[in-house]
Ligand binder design. Structure first.
Ligand SMILES: Nc1nc2c(c(=O)[nH]1)N[C@H]1C(S)=C(S)[C@@H](COP(=O)(O)OP(=O)(O)OC[C@H]3O[C@@H](n4cnc5c(=O)[nH]c(N)nc54)[C@H](O)[C@@H]3O)O[C@H]1N2
Ligand SMILES: Nc1nc2c(c(=O)[nH]1)N[C@H]1C(S)=C(S)[C@@H](COP(=O)(O)OP(=O)(O)OC[C@H]3O[C@@H](n4cnc5c(=O)[nH]c(N)nc54)[C@H](O)[C@@H]3O)O[C@H]1N2
Ligand code: SF4
Ligand SMILES: [Mo]
Length: 708
């Protein structure tokens, strides 16, 4: 048995550093590498092996033989399959125009080389404006349509003027860490959790804000449970206390905040008791939270998906940033650090003809399509099924399980079925694959060579084992399709070119290949840069917003006709907004909190992991369960006005009365039987979205749970 030391893990996009046992050219197990900051291993116990060598892995290109939806395919050679793919896409372009072609990249596209060259998870890295752009299509899209962009782009850009990736929680120096709508414990990669653990060891206080008692709440010093989707109201309540009690940093407010007076007026439209009661808290809770934030100078903040899926999700995140701003904790030691936007000279921009049509979703979510420079995929079914704003006929789907991930799953399935040409690149057969014309097998990250950017360091990703069957690295599959469409040069054709072009320098690529990792020089940190200059491109003092100030009242949002202030709106499907509906569907439905054994829809075919959690669960409060005659482990229907789906009840005190939490990821015939029917997104609604981001409200709906 050979042990390969300190290689980049290839199971999920976390890219932790691990030691790998290999025997006869096959991977046996992975372990956290010694002294590695990223080394906590979530999938120890031989699961990596099962994941790599599962009999469900796609090993050869497949071409559909049966009817769409039947799942009948024959094996093909790469050449035959790729020729067929190019021919299929060109036929669509010639018949309907280039805009009828769309690409979509999901969680399986997060390998660094793939993201860098597909350029869609980060609008700054626009190596290419989209896979079909050279043909004239504006319709590149990705899972940023339903994840991450609210936190990473819309809220921070309209408030601070920076991308979320340039607003960094200074966990290492904080005395108080607020974990709001995220759970670093179950997250892959777990590096934030490690930083929190270290901070706790040196005495830092942890406060968690969630909709139920999660692992991070259990380890926190304080936690607050909010009604799902109401964090905006809680944040506004906190702001009211901060303003009423004059807890804010007067100097910062006077000099650097736009819209303070309007905010004061807005938070006073309700009493503290009213703000608290919206969030199902007491006024005293809000006072405690506000004063504890104000008291500790070095208070930092982690936020994520718990805040993205309500009707005013972007505004809620803006309200939370405003708390940190008013308390003078921006760009301060132990607070939220701000980084100037770096020049993106690493990846060369590729120019190509401007598409005539606007990406789909522009009419409904113009800020989304403009700021991300991608289509809003939530409007994909409307384009396919109703030709609105124009028909989409062909889709290249890279590493996404659309039917299990998007709300109103059956509508997305119908849209996939109606396409004239669908190509899926994946490691496994998915529910989407049933409707594919061609399926192309992708390798895992243990089977490829690439590079990973980890903060200040660049690391080489080594090939640990040979690819299974004929599986290939995504970016080269993409290159080979592009080549047949006439623009192969937009993508690297081989490993050497990938690393050289990805790093933007031949010297750096050579150094990486010699040394395995390269530390990039980082400038010494300067605090309060808004006072002296250092975050704006023009070098002037202030924030990189249109006004140069921290915009509580966002001029950018107002330009789009949205409210400039971080106003709260009640979830449109809630006991308050829809009391009649709530008579039949009285419980608040929240879906998709991460569990450790799955990665969204992935790994639900891996027996070792299924043993840890065999069934798709609905977490329900003890009294709510008792009222319905439900006991722990019972099979239950979870019903919304849209559909009903079978789950297994987990009865727990940790779930507040009236709330439930539903596992997402199930719903593919190729998963274990108990999960195969359990598609949480059959219960969700693609027409109920955050009005700014277009993100579906998948965490604040109404449902009923019934014993089967
Ligand atoms: N109801 C509800 N819905 C949700 C969520 C929720 O919380 N609740 N969460 C949302 C979130 S945050 C997200 S990000 C989306 C996730 O949406 P998806 O992007 O669909 O995520 P996954 O289900 O992980 O599917 C990834 C697919 O990529 C494949 N894959 C993995 N690695 C590779 C690779 O290297 N190459 C290729 N080509 N394929 C690969 C996997 O086999 C899998 O089929 O779902 C969203 N949907
Ligand atoms: N193991 C594993 N790791 C993953 C993934 C996975 O599927 N499995 N998914 C990856 C993906 S796609 C992403 S986007 C990241 C996401 O990373 P996180 O956002 O950290 O994901 P979660 O662990 O679900 O944490 C969200 C928390 O918000 C809480 N929450 C839900 N609704 C509300 C609300 O209305 N208000 C508040 N305050 N809290 C609420 C949930 O209960 C949960 O504890 O994780 C990534 N890492
Ligand atoms: S988080 Fe992902 S990359 Fe990191 S060790 Fe776990 S499986 Fe590997
Ligand atoms: Mo996500």
């Amino acid at each position: 048995m050979e042990v390969k030391k300190s290689v980049i893990c290839g199971v999920c996009p976390g890219a932790c550093v691990v030691d790998v046992q290999v025997e006869n050219g096959k991977l046996v197990d992975i372990f956290p590498a010694k002294d590695e900051p990223f080394g906590a291993l979530c999938l120890r116990g031989g699961f990596a092996k099962e994941i790599l060598y599962s009999s469900d892995r796609l090993k050869k290109p497949l071409i559909r033989t049966g009817k769409k939806g039947e799942g009948e395919f024959r094996e093909a050679t790469w050449d035959e399959a790729l020729d067929y793919v190019a021919e299929g896409f060109l036929k669509i372009k010639n018949k309907y125009g280039a805009e009828a072609l769309m690409s979509h990249m999901g969680r399986g596209g997060f390998e660094q080389g793939t993201t860098d060259f597909m350029g869609i998870s980060d609008p700054r890295n626009h190596a290419i404006p989209g896979f079909f752009a050279p043909l004239g299509s504006p319709n590149a899209s990705g899972v940023g349509s339903i994840c991450y962009n609210s936190i990473a782009i819309f809220a921070p850009m309209t408030t601070v003027g920076l991308y979320g990736t340039n607003i960094l929680p200074d966990i290492a120096n904080a005395d108080h860490i607020v974990v709001w709508g995220t759970n670093p414990i179950t997250n892959s990669p777990p590096f934030q959790f490690q930083a929190i653990r270290k901070a706790k060891q040196r005495g830092a206080k942890i406060t968690a804000i969630d909709h139920y008692v999660t692992d991070i709440c259990k380890r926190a010093d304080d936690y607050y449970l909010v009604r799902s989707g109401t964090d905006g109201a809680l944040a506004l309540g906190v702001l009211k206390v901060i303003i009423d009690e004059k807890l804010y940093d007067k100097d910062f407010v006077d000099n650097w905040v736009l819209g303070f007076a309007e905010l004061e007026e807005y938070v006073n439209t309700k009493t503290l008791e009213e703000w608290a009661s919206i969030a199902c808290l007491e006024a005293d809770d809000i006072i405690n939270l506000a004063t504890s934030l104000a008291r500790q100078e070095k208070t930092t903040l982690l936020m994520y998906t718990g805040l993205e899926y309500s009707n005013s999700g972007v505004q809620a995140i803006r309200a939370i940033y405003t708390i940190w701003a008013l308390l003078g904790k921006l760009d301060q030691l132990g607070g939220l650090l701000l980084d100037a936007e770096a020049n993106q000279e690493r990846l060369k921009k590729i120019e190509c003809a401007k598409a005539e049509k606007k990406p789909i979703g522009t009419r409904e979510y113009p800020m989304f399509t403009e700021l991300t420079r991608t289509a809003q995929f939530i409007k994909f079914p409307q384009a396919v099924l109703e030709n609105d704003p124009y028909p989409i006929k062909g889709l290249l789907n890279i590493g996404s399980s659309i039917i299990t991930s998007y709300p109103n799953a059956s509508k997305f399935a119908a849209a996939l079925a109606k396409l004239e040409f669908l190509v899926v690149i994946d490691r496994y057969f998915t529910e989407d694959c049933k409707y594919a014309d061609v399926i192309l097998p992708a390798s895992t990250y243990f089977e490829i060579e690439s590079y990973v950017l980890h903060g200040a360091s660049i690391k080489r990703r080594e090939r640990v084992v040979e690819p299974l069957g004929e599986a290939r690295q995504d970016i080269f599959i993409i290159h080979d399709i592009a080549k047949r469409l006439g623009y192969g040069e937009n993508y690297p054709k081989d490993q050497a070119e990938l690393i050289e072009r990805g790093l933007g320098s031949k010297e750096l690529a050579e150094q990486l290949s010699r040394e395995g990792s390269v530390i990039r020089p980082m400038p010494a940190r300067v605090y309060k840069k808004y006072e002296k200059g250092g975050i704006r491109k023009d070098g002037k003092a202030g924030f990189p917003t249109p006004s140069g100030k921290f915009e509580v009242k966002s001029s950018y949002l107002e330009e789009y006709g949205y409210p400039g202030l971080p106003e709260y709106i009640e979830p449109i499907e809630s006991p308050i907004s829809q009391p009649d509906l709530a008579k039949n569907y009285p419980l608040i439905l929240n879906t998709g909190t991460r569990i450790q054994t799955t990665f969204r829809s992935q790994f639900l075919n891996i027996e070792g992991l299924l043993k840890i959690q065999p069934d798709p669960l609905v977490l329900i409060n003890i009294d709510d369960a008792a009222k319905r005659g439900i006991e722990d482990g019972d099979r239950v229907w979870v019903k919304t006005i849209r559909d009903k789906v079978e789950f297994v009840a987990k009865v727990t005190k940790g779930m507040p009365l009236g709330e439930i939490e539903l596992n997402m990821g199930g719903g593919s015939a190729y998963q274990a039987k108990s999960w195969a029917q359990a598609n949480a997104n059959r219960l969700t609604d693609d027409n109920n979205c955050d009005y700014i981001s277009g993100f579906p409200v998948i965490k604040a709906l109404l449902c009923e749970v019934e014993k089967i």
